[in-house]
Design a protein around this ligand. Sequence first.
Ligand code: ADP
Ligand code: MG
Ligand code: MG
Length: 320
Amino acid sequence: MLTDARVYAYSAVLMGSPILLKLFEDNQTLAAQVFRLIKQQENLFTVNRAASEVMAVNDAAGQHPVVVSQPVFDLIACAHAVSLLPDSLFNLAIGPLVKCWKIGFQGHSVPSETDLKMRMALTNPHDVILDAASRSVMLARPGMEIDLGAIAKGYIADVVQAFLRQQQVSNALINLGGNVQTVGAPPEEAGWAIGLKKPFGEADELIGVIGVNNRSVVTSGVYERYFELDGICYHHILNPHSGYPLDTELMSVTVISERSLDGDIYTTLLYGLGVEKGMACLADKPGIEAIFVTRDRQVICSSQRHFLFQLLDTGYRLVH
Ligand code: ADP
Ligand code: MG
Ligand code: MG
């Protein structure tokens, strides 16, 4: 599909999300290869279909270790390490809770306290046992489930970026439903202009614009997948200690980083930390930068070494 004189945009729906690829030449073959690659990757990690390597691990919970491929082992090991960081509410074993809330899927509901308690007992990341030598993963208790939903898109965005570079593409953008990864900048321009969506606004309403090149921009917002019941908004990032959606001052977190995997890890991690602890966490990580949007309409940027931010919506206040 041709959108203007130079940009060629290709779209698909994969991983339950709209996927957009922007190139600066009309190359249907390359676009088809990219979408095939995304599908192959999704098939390794998904927990929303009957079979995948991660599902094989989940199906054997409480029974036996499962040998997985190196990329799957590496991503699980990465998610495991993040889950064990101090103060981390990121939890790769969150699956039983995600499955009972079904937020963003049909049949969502508020589970009973008893159900939540039972499931919370099955989300201890220490019960995920990894053996690097045999590349095997064992879930210690029956009913445990790994869910890589918080990082798989980031990982896959990096795989696509590496593929595009390998194909000698020097300007491109891939957007995996909120996970943007870029190659270079648009020809003859300083950078990409990536819109920061207005929480609970129309699809094209923006708070501001982020300028980057050769970087990933990942946004995770409470407004992305949620349902409302009796005036309460239940969103899709869960607190493993309460069993409920994370009670947070934040409406969205955007992370600008080189690897989209880091962007995806840190959006979820920073959600759990909130602004103050989140800023402290980023202080010694110059490669990871963030934009927090709070419920009281403040926009707070960490360092801005690798991006520019322009506020467009006067209903929000930029705080330094
Ligand atoms: P988005 O879906 O907006 O990209 P995230 O990257 O933060 O947002 O991922 C949210 C997904 O991560 C949820 O849909 C669920 O599958 C999973 N998840 C929910 N809560 C947690 C948690 N505390 N730790 C890790 N993964 C989570
Ligand atoms: Mg994500
Ligand atoms: Mg994430």
